[in-house]
Ligand binder design. Structure first.
Ligand code: C2E
Ligand code: CA
Ligand code: CA
Ligand code: CA
Length: 274
């Protein structure tokens, strides 16, 4: 089919990969329709040990496939368009949980929701989010949306308009995985955001008595721009000490807590009162 004089090898590995992806896509579709997903919540802790917020992370256990990581199924959901239903479910479920916590008097700071570039690209995204927040009787200031650079740079003008609209309504905006993209610095100046999340890869580099020029510079940039700086994937006391020294205000990682199922998260919050 490729044309005269061309030949190619049959690649069994490639076919297996395609089959695996197909079964994930099929099963995921069912899971979204049949309430088969759950959310875990990971606390974000500030330098004075208070709860700053929590990030909602989607979880999926399939009867046949077992636990599938979002790092595996989110890209498949994005390729197949399922991300729109999945993303909408994540927003609805996390807002319901937030409403329940508030009704019980649990203060969690703000709830952070991951938004895929595909979701954010839809013209109705902001209106849908605002509608759901109103329906649940919530205040936008308690909600943060996490976006990666790839969401933001396709059409910068349009992105800025969207972000301005969301922020004018009260939402907070976090730039996720900061440092892993290509064009961070050139665009950072123009993006109306509130929070920089420094990717785990840069936190891994931190040792108390060594210098880590890139990580240190990223934290400094965030500070100079008056953004909150959140360190992702904090796993040790020495990283926390180093981050404190560098003036990084908020930490998220296994050192403080893993992403927790909703019930366990509630217990964690009640034991770590703000
Ligand atoms: P992310 O948004 O960068 O989320 C942080 C990831 O780091 C999570 O992986 C979290 O469990 C993990 N993590 C947190 N602290 C530590 C630590 O101390 N050590 C280590 N090794 N890992 C830590 P998770 O839950 O597997 O999610 C992976 C990615 O999947 C997320 O990366 C995000 O890009 C995507 N994702 C998860 N939930 C959603 C969702 O609801 N919607 C969308 N669009 N994407 C999601
Ligand atoms: Ca995130
Ligand atoms: Ca991240
Ligand atoms: Ca990441």
């Amino acid at each position: 089919h490729t044309g005269r004089g061309c030949y190619s090898y049959y690649q069994e590995a490639l076919e297996q990969q395609t089959n695996h992806k197909n079964s994930i896509r099929q099963a995921l579709k069912q899971a979204i329709a049949n309430d088969g997903l759950t959310l875990a919540y990971q606390p974000q802790v500030s330098a004075n040990e208070q709860l700053y917020g929590a990030e909602a992370l989607v979880r999926w256990h399939d009867a046949e496939l077992g636990f599938v990581s979002p790092a595996e199924f989110i890209p498949i959901a994005e390729e197949s368009g399922l991300i729109h239903q999945l993303g909408d479910w994540v927003i609805q479920k996390s807002l319901s949980d937030l409403m329940n916590w508030q009704q019980q008097g649990l203060q969690i700071g703000h709830l952070s929701i991951n938004v895929s570039p595909w979701q954010f690209a839809l013209s109705g995204f902001a209106d849908r989010l605002i509608e759901l927040v109103q329906v649940k009787g919530l205040q936008a200031k308690h909600i943060c949306i996490e976006l990666t650079e790839s969401s933001l740079l396709t059409d910068l003008k349009e992105t800025i308009a969207k972000l301005n609209k969301l922020r004018a309504y009260g939402f907070r905006v976090a730039l996720d995985d900061f440092g892993t993209g290509y064009s961070s610095l050139a665009y950072l100046r123009d993006l109306p955001i509130d929070i920089l999340k420094i990717d785990k890869a840069f936190i891994d580099e931190l040792e108390l008595h060594q210098s880590s020029p890139l990580t240190e510079s990223m934290i400094a940039i965030g500070q100079h721009m008056s953004l909150d700086v959140v360190a992702e994937g904090v796993e040790s006391a020495s990283q926390v000490a180093k981050l404190k020294q560098l003036g990084c205000d908020v930490y998220q990682g296994y050192y403080f807590a893993k992403p927790l199922p909703e019930q366990q998260f509630q217990v964690w919050v009640s034991q770590h009162k703000r």
